[in-house]
Ligand binder design. Structure first.
Ligand code: SF4
Ligand code: SF4
Length: 278
């Protein structure tokens, strides 16, 4: 079984898809969004050791040149994350699907499904497929929360056991997307089309920040790409907040309520019917 770096597992979450779900956050991302509010999930630890001395309870230590984490001693103060200059976390567990599912299983009477997020969960497609297969055998629904930059069409067995993808569209014009994330969005658009055709588009998301994100163009671009599905797909317009943001967007302000309402009107005009502003 493949192991994946697990940042955290939230046993019960009502914000990561429909119903009560267990959310699994994997470590590592292939892009670098300026507004990321989980920046500590972006990169793998370089074992520089900088965070070790900042731990107030000595839950971090160095062994054979690697930073190790003692989960029992840790009081979850997150000082280590705050001081890390590399968008990483020392609190990572490498787990295979069976080990993760062991934790999921404890909540089964109370959950409807699982959602795997990140970082970018599609960096670990084999792990994801194994975990989803186990979850489905127990009657759970399986969602992937993805930035869409990995081509889903290359993983048919994953698509088979994945009930839906929460796709982070981010922006539409290539230069805007690149400035925002450091990556390219052709594959995101390809995935948008594919997932809509397969009926596996659980939700679309745009984090809204005027001047940095072309939200209106993204709404229009989605409409042009999947004109027959816009009425059925959920669109989440997320107001940018600088809480937890590190780096160049940390000082930026949230857009106004009026701007969010303006975007909602654009989405309604484009044919979206299920619009959530959050
Ligand atoms: S979150 Fe845990 S490991 Fe990190 S500094 Fe706090 S106690 Fe130490
Ligand atoms: S978590 Fe960050 S600060 Fe701590 S050892 Fe790893 S790279 Fe260095």
């Amino acid at each position: 079984m493949r192991k994946a770096p697990v940042n955290k597992i939230i046993p019960f979450s009502v914000v990561d898809g429909i119903g009560n779900r267990t959310s699994i956050f994997l470590q590592g991302c292939n892009i670098h969004c300026g507004y990321c509010h989980n920046p500590e999930t972006q990169r793998m630890c370089t074992h520089c050791g900088k965070c070790v001395e900042d731990c107030p309870v000595q839950a971090l230590y160095i062994e054979e040149g690697k930073v190790c984490w003692d989960a029992i001693k840790c009081v979850q103060c997150d000082h280590c994350i705050a001081v890390c200059p590399y968008f990483a976390s020392p609190k990572i567990r490498f787990m295979d699907a069976a080990e993760v599912f062991e934790e999921v299983e404890k909540g089964i009477p109370f959950i409807r499904g699982i959602t795997v997020s990140g970082g970018e969960c599609m960096l670990y497609p084999e792990f994801l497929t194994e975990l989803f297969k186990m979850a489905k055998e127990h009657g759970l629904t399986c969602f992937a929360d993805s930035n869409g930059t990995v081509d889903f069409s290359e993983y048919p067995s994953l698509l088979e056991c994945c009930d839906g993808v929460m796709l982070d569209v981010k922006s539409w014009q290539e230069d805007v997307y690149q400035a925002l994330t450091g990556g390219l969005n052709q594959t995101v658009k390809k995935n948008l089309r594919l997932l809509a055709e397969l009926g596996k588009l659980e939700e679309l998301r745009i984090v809204c920040l005027p001047g940095q994100v072309d939200a209106k163009e993204a709404i229009e671009g989605i409409r042009e790409t999947i004109p027959d599905q816009v009425g059925a797909v959920k669109l989440k317009l997320i107001m940018f907040r600088n809480f937890g943001v590190k780096g160049r967007f940390a000082e930026l302000e949230s857009p106004s309520r009026e701007y969010m309402e303006e975007l909602k009107q654009c989405a309604l005009a484009a044919g979206f019917q299920k619009i959530i502003i959050t």
